[in-house]
Design a protein around this ligand. Structure first.
Ligand code: PGA
Length: 253
C-alpha cells in the first residue's frame, strides 16, 4: 500500500500571532519544496487566521489542536468544527495532554472525530499509553481500547481520511523517544489490526499511522524506515525551523 507520508507540527501553547508569523516565514519556503509529503502546521487557535494567510499557496496544510463537537451554542471557551474549518483542513484530537490535563476521554474523542469528519476536517487522532501502563505491559490493551472506543461508529467509507498518531506518553517532551522497532510493533500488531477490525483490511491499509514523542532530525529516519510508520507528529522540534524541515525531508520515500 502506497501511503503518502504525513508530517505535522504541534506547536502546543506556544507563539503569539507575531511570533507565529515569524516562525512560519522561516520555514514555509523550504517546506513547500519538499515533494510527496503531506505537511501540516498546528498553531494555537489565536494564530490560525494569521498563519492561514501566511501559508496561502505554499501547499502546507493548517490544523487546529482541538475542537468541540457541538455545532454552536452556550459552550464558553469552545470552538466549533465549522469555525475550525474556516481556516483549517486538519484537527488534532485526543492529544495526551488533553486527556491528562483537560478531562478528554475516549468518549469525547469519539464525539470530536465524528464532528470533525462531518465538517470535512481530517482528524489526527492521538493514542498512547502512559509510563505506568507501558511498564505493566498494558500498551496493547490501552491502545486497542483507545482506537476501538475513539473511532466507534465511524462509517468505513470515510475512515481512510482519518490519521492516527501513536504517541507513548512517556516519550512526549521527555527526550526519550521510543525505538523505531517498538513503535513499528505497536503500529503493525495493535493499531492496524484494530483499524482492520473496525473498517476492513483495505481501509486499514490506507490509513496513515504517525509516530509522535521526542521526534528529532537525528532520530526521524529510524522511524520512517519502518513499514507501518507513515510519518510523525512533532512537538518541540516543530518550533525549530531547521529541525522541522530536516524531519520532513527524512519522510520522503
Ligand atoms: P514532542 O511532542 O515531539 O515534543 O515529544 C509530541 C507531541 O506531543 O505531539
Amino acid at each position: 500500500m502506497n501511503r503518502i507520508p504525513f508530517v505535522a507540527g504541534n506547536w502546543k501553547m506556544n507563539k503569539t500571532v507575531a511570533e507565529a508569523r515569524e516562525l512560519v516565514a522561516r520555514m514555509s519556503a523550504p517546506l513547500s519544496t519538499i515533494p510527496n509529503v503531506e505537511k501540516v502546521i498546528c498553531p494555537p487557535f489565536t494564530s490560525l487566521m494569521a498563519v492561514s494567510e501566511a501559508l496561502n499557496g505554499t501547499g502546507i496544510g493548517l490544523g487546529a489542536q482541538d475542537l468541540h463537537w457541538e455545532e454552536k451554542g452556550a459552550f464558553t471557551g469552545q470552538v466549533a468544527p465549522n469555525m475550525v474549518k474556516e481556516f483549517c483542513s486538519y484537527v488534532i484530537i485526543g492529544h495526551s495532554e488533553r486527556r491528562t490535563y483537560f478531562g478528554e476521554t475516549d468518549e469525547t474523542v469519539n464525539r470530536k472525530v465524528h464532528a470533525a469528519l462531518k465538517a470535512g476536517l481530517t482528524p489526527i487522532v492521538c493514542v498512547g499509553e502512559t509510563l505506568g501502563q507501558y511498564e505493566s505491559g498494558l500498551t496493547s490493551e490501552v491502545v486497542r481500547r483507545q482506537i476501538n472506543a475513539g473511532l466507534a461508529g465511524i462509517d468505513p467509507a470515510i475512515a481512510s481520511r482519518i490519521v492516527i498518531a501513536y504517541e507513548p506518553v512517556w516519550a512526549i517532551g521527555t527526550g526519550k523517544a521510543s525505538s523505531g522497532e517498538n513503535a513499528q510493533g505497536v503500529h503493525s500488531r495493535v493499531i492496524r489490526p484494530a483499524l482492520s477490525g473496525l473498517f476492513g483490511e483495505s481501509n486499514a491499509q490506507a490509513i496513515r499511522i504517525l509516530y509522535g514523542g521526542s521526534v528529532t532530525a537525528a532520530n526521524a529516519a529510524e522511524f520512517f524506515a519502518q513499514p507501518d510508520i507513515d510519518g510523525a507528529l512533532v512537538g518541540g522540534a516543530s518550533l525549530k525551523p531547521e529541525e522541522f524541515i530536516a524531519i520532513t525531508k527524512a519522510a520522503v520515500k
